[in-house]
Write a protein that binds this ligand. Structure first.
Ligand SMILES: Cc1cc2nc3c(=O)[nH]c(=O)nc-3n(C[C@H](O)[C@H](O)[C@H](O)COP(=O)(O)O)c2cc1C
Length: 238
């Protein structure tokens, strides 16, 4: 099969994945519209990526209805690591680029600010998700998972997703508006993670009780970057 046919097939797979998630996407976009109704005019959209992601999302076979029925927070995790491809598929579902022509994502974003970065803490180190390449970029070569949480429900998970707001990308609004938008954006992304995990037989647990100060230092975040929330993902014990 030629490279262009393979690329077409990958694009079709992403569309099929999105079709399965239509109900959720409609609800998500409705939420974004409410926020934008009281927002300043849209900022310049993020430039389109030069090439589509090289890793296709997992062809999940469950319907949206199945995903919603199974969606829950895991209460304990097994320690096995997630295969890299699985983790990248999960991150694409969470916050990947689903429209390469505009660079827009699987979750909505007020003013298309796209200020949330997902830092991924695994046994191999800390990484940040590069949506344009659908890849992980190394940040720190150290297992920082215990810095995020030591709570029994989350501590053994293969990966801790740390949602970090880059307030430099939210150029308008008061600090409290920025915090509101970033919390909202994080919620949309985290629900994508929950639904992906539900259909893929993985566990996930969103949490507010994350050590923000410790992570800010360990991940070498700038002053205008803020840890919003976190989410443990991996193989559930249940
Ligand atoms: C904003 C938010 C903060 C949360 N913080 C924590 C937390 O700090 N620790 C924790 O174990 N679970 C946390 N959770 C998970 C909730 O406890 C969980 O969603 C709730 O018990 C309902 O269970 P379910 O997700 O299985 O429906 C949080 C959930 C949300 C939405």
């Amino acid at each position: 099969m030629s490279e262009s046919k393979r690329a077409d097939k990958r694009r079709i797979s992403r569309r099929a994945f999105l079709r399965r998630m239509t109900g959720f996407s409609v609800a998500a976009l409705a939420g974004a519209s409410l926020l934008e109704a009281c927002s300043p005019p849209p900022a310049t959209p993020t430039p389109a990526p030069t090439a589509p992601p090289s890793v296709k999302p997992s062809p999940a076979s469950a319907t949206l209805s199945d995903a919603l029925k199974k969606r829950k927070s895991a209460t304990a995790f097994q320690p096995q690591p997630l295969p890299k491809e699985k983790l990248l598929d999960l991150l694409w579902a969470a916050w990947g680029i689903n429209r390469p022509d505009s660079g827009k994502r699987t979750a909505p974003s007020a003013m298309n600010a796209q200020e949330i970065d997902i830092y991924v803490l695994t046994s191999e180190g800390a990484f940040v998700y590069d949506a344009k390449a659908n890849q992980l970029t190394a940040v720190v070569a150290q297992d920082l998972r215990a810095k995020a949480t030591t709570a029994a429900a989350m501590r053994d998970a293969a990966a801790q997703l740390i949602f970090v707001a880059d307030y430099a990308k939210l150029r308008t609004g008061s600090q409290s508006q920025k915090e509101l938008y970033s919390a909202c954006h994080t919620g949309f992304i985290a629900q994508n993670v929950y639904l992906y995990c539900a259909v893929e037989g993985l566990g996930a647990r969103f949490y507010a009780g994350v050590d923000r100060a410790a992570l800010k230092e360990s991940l070498k975040l700038r002053n205008d970057q803020q840890v919003v929330f976190a989410q443990a993902v991996g193989y559930s014990k249940e």
